[in-house]
Design a protein around this ligand. Sequence first.
Ligand SMILES: [Zn+2]
Length: 198
Amino acid sequence: MNCTVCGSDSLEIIKAKGKKSKELLLKCEECGNIFREVVDVGKPVDRRVVVSEFENSHKTFIKLYEDEILHLGDLIDLDGREAEITSLENKRGGRVSKSAVEDVETIWASYTDIPARVGISIDYGGRILSQKVEVNPDFEFTIGEVVKMGNIIFRINSLKTLERKMRKGFARASVTKRVYGRPVDEHRFKYDLTSKVV
Ligand SMILES: [Zn+2]
C-alpha cells in the first residue's frame, strides 16, 4: 500500500473495520494525507475438528482465516454450538498450545453446553472401583485433594488428560479422561461427587 498523493509506503492505520475484507483509514506519515483503502484478508479455509461428546467423537469442519491464532481453551462455534478447543495438532504432527490456522492440521474440541463425563478409578490395593461422573466442563480436579463419592473418601493421586498422565497439578474436567485415587481414612473432604455419579 502506498499513499495516494506522494506514494510513500510509511502509513499509519487510524481505523480498521470489517472481517472478510478490512476497510482501513490510513494516514501517510510523510505528507499527512488521509485516505481509505480496502484490503482483502483472504478467504476462510476449512479445518478439521474432532469434537467429543461424552465417550463419542465425530468429525466436522470449521471455516477460519489462515492468519487467525488459535489457543487451547478458545471457544469456537461448531454449527451453532459452542465448543472449547482442548487440543491442537499442527501440520508437523505436534501437539501445541497455540498455532496460526495455516499451520493447524486438526482441532480437538468439546461442547461446552453439556457436562464433561469423567472416569473415576479408586485403587483398593489392586482391586479397582470404577465409576463415571458428570461435572461442569470448567470444574477442576486437583491432585492431592480429598473427595467424597457415595460412602467412599479418596485422595486424587493422578489424572489422565487427553494428552498426558499427570502426577501433580490440576486439570479442567473438559480435558480430563480419568481421575485416579486411593481410599483414605479421613472424614474431611474438599467436595462431594455423589450426586454427579452417572
Ligand atoms: Zn503521502
